[in-house]
Write a new protein. Structure first.
Length: 268
């Protein structure tokens, strides 16, 4: 029978071997060992699948596949922390508990950013966000729609002036199902949302054509780029940018896997 001392010593040696292997991996990857580490990534606790879903037991979707592929290549380990959008911003800007945020964009929640020295990666994806309405409302003006809705913690910024001037009102909900219910009950004229996410979820629900919301092409919509950001690890962002350049075929295959088609650069 092996002694406890033997077991402890063997366990210690096994752990030491793992540490040596990780350090060697970092060196083989051409990076300093300090750049290989365990990091927390703050993500949104909402369902924007196939882009990302932070409401399930495991964070999933295109965004996670991209980040995990990067982590494997450079010897990192990412732990995803899903939080409601407003709490995520507070944690990210006012504590040191989150190393990265995904997705991020310098135009979002500008009042919280200030001169916080955030480093942003290159674009991971170019989305389409706009107002989605029932087909029968696709030619109505904002005033005729009366009210719009969006996720709590989000801002329908193309319509800020109209909201401030009382042209329309805005409502908030915590799930897409709740937003869709507002539209179908007539309590809201449209949902400000991301195109690939709302289309995927409507297809999953098997909605009839006349019940599926469509993008209101005549009203403002735009194409935000989704970035990885950090307040504390710009050197990892530099690695990530290199990854985005070197792994373009991989990114294209992941977009195909999730049925994602990036928007054109033209703004509306």
């Amino acid at each position: 029978m092996k002694s406890a001392g033997y077991i402890v010593n063997r366990t210690w040696r096994r752990g030491f071997t793992v540490q040596k292997m990780l350090a060697t991996l970092c060196l083989l990857l051409g990076a300093q060992s300090a750049l290989c580490g365990d990091f927390t990534v703050g993500v949104e606790a909402i369902n924007f699948y196939p882009l990302y879903d932070g409401t399930s037991a495991q964070y999933q979707g295109y965004g996670r596949d991209v980040l995990d592929s990067f982590a494997r290549k450079y010897g990192h380990r990412f732990r995803y922390v899903a939080l409601p959008v407003e709490r995520l911003y507070q944690r990210y800007f006012h504590t040191a508990s989150l190393d990265f945020k995904f997705p991020d964009n310098p135009a979002w929640q500008e009042q919280l950013r200030g001169n916080s020295g955030i480093a942003y990666s290159g674009p991971v994806y170019r989305a389409t966000e706009g107002l989605f309405v029932l087909p029968t409302n696709s030619r109505k003006s904002l005033r005729e729609l009366g009210s719009i809705s969006t996720m709590r913690g989000f801002g329908a910024w193309p319509y800020h002036t109209d909201i401030a001037n009382g042209v329309i009102t805005i409502q908030f909900a915590d799930t897409l199902d709740s937003l869709l219910a507002l539209v179908r009950s007539g309590r809201a004229g449209g949902v400000f949302y991301e195109e690939s996410a709302i289309n995927w979820q409507q297809r999953q629900a098997g909605l009839a054509t006349d019940q599926s919301l469509v993008l209101h092409e005549q009203l403002p919509h735009y194409h935000p780029e989704l970035f990885l950001s950090t307040r504390t690890h710009p050197e990892v962002i530099a690695q990530f940018d290199q990854f985005l350049q070197e792994e373009r075929p991989l990114l294209q295959s992941l977009k195909a896997k999730y049925g994602l088609y990036e928007a054109h650069t033209q703004q509306h």
